[in-house]
Design a binder for this molecule. Structure first.
Ligand SMILES: [Ca+2]
Ligand SMILES: [Ca+2]
Length: 224
């Protein structure tokens, strides 16, 4: 019975301790047919997946795309987050034509000129920049982190968000969006609204879960 309990503990901790991966369709950039621009060559803007993790302090968004983000380094990778009551439904931290209902936070990143990302927040009337940090860059992935405290959330809470890719022009929109598997815009400056945001449940600290798992293992070993 104790062994069964220990195994149950192991099974319980295996889920929430791992990252949550959200997949996006690939090849879902507008191909120029009918009207607009052909984006299909810009594979560094084609989001393939977004991995979200958290510990007790921070939440991390790792945005992966199909193409090499350093070989073609002008891509911009952005996150809109709804973590609190109220927020902005008509804009974002960079004034891009991208919206999501009740948005509170904006992460905006770039890869060129050294790479960095900015954290912007909405104070009920306007957006303002809170921080600029070094970005994590690998061949296909851009990684951004912010504190749970600044989002006003804790383990057990949930946030709504969406992730976008874009170009360097100040009015370039969401050429790809995690929330939809069909082309989000037909042309560079077209507006995009996230109709169905993605949900992330903030999990308890993975380190404490690992300790629980080790405790479970110890129980199994002792039984044997
Ligand atoms: Ca995609
Ligand atoms: Ca998409």
């Amino acid at each position: 019975m104790r062994k069964l309990l220990a195994l149950a503990v192991l099974v319980l901790v295996a889920g929430p301790a791992s990252a949550t991966v959200y997949n996006d369709a690939t090849g879902d950039l507008h191909d120029g047919s009918g009207s607009g621009s052909d984006f299909t060559g810009f594979t560094h803007l084609d989001i393939s997946s977004v991995e979200v993790t958290n510990d007790l302090t921070n939440i991390t968004f790792a945005v992966s795309v199909v193409g090499d983000i350093q070989a073609t380094d002008w891509g911009k990778y952005m996150v809109l987050i709804d973590s609190a009551v109220g927020g902005d439904s008509a804009g974002n931290g960079w004034g891009r034509p991208i919206t999501m209902a009740d948005s509170d936070y904006w992460l905006g990143s770039w890869i060129d000129t050294g790479g960095a990302y900015q954290i912007h927040s909405y104070d009920g009337a306007a957006w303002g920049q809170d921080a600029q940090n070094a970005i994590g860059i690998s061949q296909f992935t851009a990684t951004m982190t912010m504190s749970l405290a600044s989002l006003g959330v804790a383990p057990g809470d949930s946030i709504l968000f969406d992730v976008y890719s874009s170009g360097g022009g100040g009015t370039d929109g969401a050429i790809d969006a995690l929330s939809t598997g069909t082309p989000s815009v037909l042309d560079w400056g077209d507006p995009f609204n996230t109709a169905v945001p993605v949900k992330y449940d903030v999990v308890p600290e993975p380190a404490s879960l690992a300790l629980l798992a080790m405790g479970g293992l110890a129980l199994v070993r002792r039984r044997r």
